[in-house]
Design a protein around this ligand. Structure first.
Ligand SMILES: *Cc1c(COP(=O)(O)O)cnc(C)c1O
Length: 221
């Protein structure tokens, strides 16, 4: 199937999920996840109007960012401390913030490098932390505190990978977002939903869905 056909199929899924939820499709960002996909395919997506792409691995994302400097790349998934600097250099946004030490290190480095990088806190309410990364609800205040409202790392919102097939988990995440939005007095977005569960995510109130396979096809490398 061509890229264009897959994207049309996705748009149709987003459209019906929005109709069911009484939401406007333009309020939902479709972030293509290009990990393990060749740069040529990313360029094809760019020719169809996409300018931001999610990547999981720092080196792979840095290589792609160097090859396609006109596009921007968002880091998803766990970030090791020793990769913090190349991550800040290659990615325009980081969705991998999940612990205070990482926040402190990113703040120091962002100042040294003189860059501004919006960040999303990855939350894990379901104890899958070992595998996928993410901050527990209990540890969230300390992490937000460590971020300290730093203007170089503005907090965009929360990223989560709720257990698939558990609609309640998506709602739980949306409730947490609503509460923190109130507490912090700023708009906070919610990034959840992947190829197989974008409907549940949209129903619960996700603002950004991160789509790999249903967008690009099976990963090749
Ligand atoms: C790979 C990945 C995605 C996309 O997954 P698909 O199931 O291929 O849509 C989304 N978010 C994260 C964090 C990922 O690692």
């Amino acid at each position: 199937m061509s890229l264009q056909r897959r994207i049309e199929g996705l748009r149709a899924r987003i459209q019906s999920a929005c109709e069911a939820a009484g939401r406007d499709p333009v309020t939902i960002e479709l972030l293509p996840v290009s990990k393990k996909q060749p740069t040529a395919l990313i360029r094809e997506a760019a020719s169809l109007g996409f300018t931001r792409f999610g990547e999981n691995y720092v080196q792979e994302g840095a290589d792609k960012a160097a090859a396609a400097p006109e596009l921007s790349f968002v880091l998803l998934g766990p970030l090791q401390r020793n990769k913090a600097k190349p991550a800040l250099q290659a990615f325009t946004e980081l969705q991998s913030l999940d612990r205070p030490e990482l926040a402190a290190r990113l703040r120091r480095l962002a100042e040294d490098l003189d860059v501004v990088r919006p960040v999303w806190i990855q939350v894990d309410l379901w104890d899958e932390a070992t595998k996928l990364g993410g901050c527990t609800e209990t540890d969230l205040p300390a992490l937000i505190e460590a971020l300290g409202g730093d203007a170089r790392l503005p907090l965009r919102g929360f990223m989560a990978i709720p257990p698939p097939e558990d609609a309640g988990a998506f709602v739980q995440m949306a409730t947490l977002r609503d509460r923190l939005q109130q507490d912090l007095g700023q708009p906070l977005r919610l990034s959840m939903g992947m190829s197989d569960d974008l409907e549940a995510a949209i129903a619960a109130g996700s603002d950004q869905i991160r789509i790999g396979t249903a967008f690009f096809g099976e990963r090749t490398r």
